[in-house]
Design a protein around this ligand. Structure first.
Ligand code: CP
Ligand code: NVA
Length: 314
């Protein structure tokens, strides 16, 4: 599989086979790192990490993943560069493209990451925008594969803000890889119809399924229940409104028990607001899996960099 030179702006950029390849490559890199083996496929490569919004996992995953493979990461925070203030995105992209081999962007608008890719001429990776969080889903799916040995046919339910970046990207990834994916959310927070329609066509091809519902009974049979914060970065002013809408959708013991399965796992992209979207009890009971998921951000992001800008064709 050759993904050299490719950007990763949303999961729609990759075929199911390409997504599976990245997950398997990450599993391989993870196994090697556990044996103390790291590579040099990013030797001589310089990677720009642009962050308009804060980050723990994504920033550290890009940094550690890059250094493990012999590359040089350069953190460019929102007050460090002129992007979008004194200098246009187009000009910033053209400058960075002359100096760097790949660019990660985390920020607000999807349009910004798209412009960076269009004007820089080097691979650009979306480290989260208001619309999508595609690298997160690679880590989520690696974690599910570790837990269940497969992805196809798994029942994955996401409870919470059903139209945020994580929910959107989970829906794309699930429908591409043949999962039975449910969004459990109050109607005002359902995902956009246009994206749901696209994902239903993917699901048809992969024998997956997409369900959008506000009925808690939908958790019956779920292999995994996933949630995310009720207010994403930049939405802090909506906290009271979201609390009122989403309180019935908290992942608590009762909801976990309603799956009727003993081995249902709980997933969270983190950071978590315990007491809101998940109880402390459910979180701590599933902490091993949740922190595997966090660790897997690094292995999967490393795989994305290795596959798209790495020195040797793997
Ligand atoms: N899950 C995730 O993207 O975490 P950070 O915001 O810490 O990068
Ligand atoms: N939906 C969350 C994800 C954080 C990783 C946010 O955008 O803040």
């Amino acid at each position: 599989m050759n993904l050299k030179g490719r950007s990763f702006l949303t999961l729609t950029d990759f075929s199911p086979e390409e997504i599976e390849y990245l997950i398997d490559l990450a599993a391989d890199l993870k196994a090697k790192k556990k044996q103390g083996i790291t590579g040099n496929s990013l030797k001589g490569k310089n990677i720009a990490l642009i962050f308009e919004k804060p980050s723990t996992r994504t920033r550290c995953a890009f940094t550690v993943g890059c250094v493990d493979e012999g590359g040089h990461p350069e953190y460019l925070g929102k007050d460090d560069i002129q992007l979008g203030h004194k200098e246009s995105v187009e000009d910033t992209a053209r400058v960075l493209g002359r100096m760097f081999d790949g660019i990660e962007f985390r920020g607000f608008k999807q349009e910004t990451v798209e412009k960076l890719a269009k004007y820089s001429g080097v691979p650009v990776w979306n480290g989260l925008t208001d619309s999508y969080h595609p690298t997160q889903i690679l880590a989520d799916f690696l974690t599910l594969k570790e837990q269940f040995g497969r992805l196809k046919g798994l029942h994955l339910l996401y409870s919470g803000d059903g139209r945020n970046n994580v929910a959107n990207s989970l829906m794309i990834g699930s429908s591409k890889l043949g999962l039975h994916f449910t969004i459990l959310s109050p109607k005002p927070l359902w995902p956009g119809e246009e994206l749901v329609t696209i994902c239903r066509t993917y699901a048809k091809a992969s024998q997956g399924a997409i369900t959008i519902t506000d009925q808690l009974e939908a958790v019956k049979g779920a292999d995994a229940i996933y949630t995310d914060v009720w207010c994403s970065m930049g939405e802090e002013a909506l906290a009271a409104e979201r609390l009122a809408l989403l309180k019935p959708y908290q992942v608590n013991r009762k909801l976990m028990d309603m799956t009727g399965k003993k081995n249902t796992v709980f997933l969270h992209c983190l950071p978590a607001v315990k007491g809101n979207e998940v109880t402390e009890e459910v979180f701590e009971k599933n902490a091993d899996v949740v922190f595997d998921q966090a660790e897997n951000r690094m292995h999967t992001i490393k795989a994305v960099m290795v596959a798209t800008v790495g020195n040797e064709t793997i």
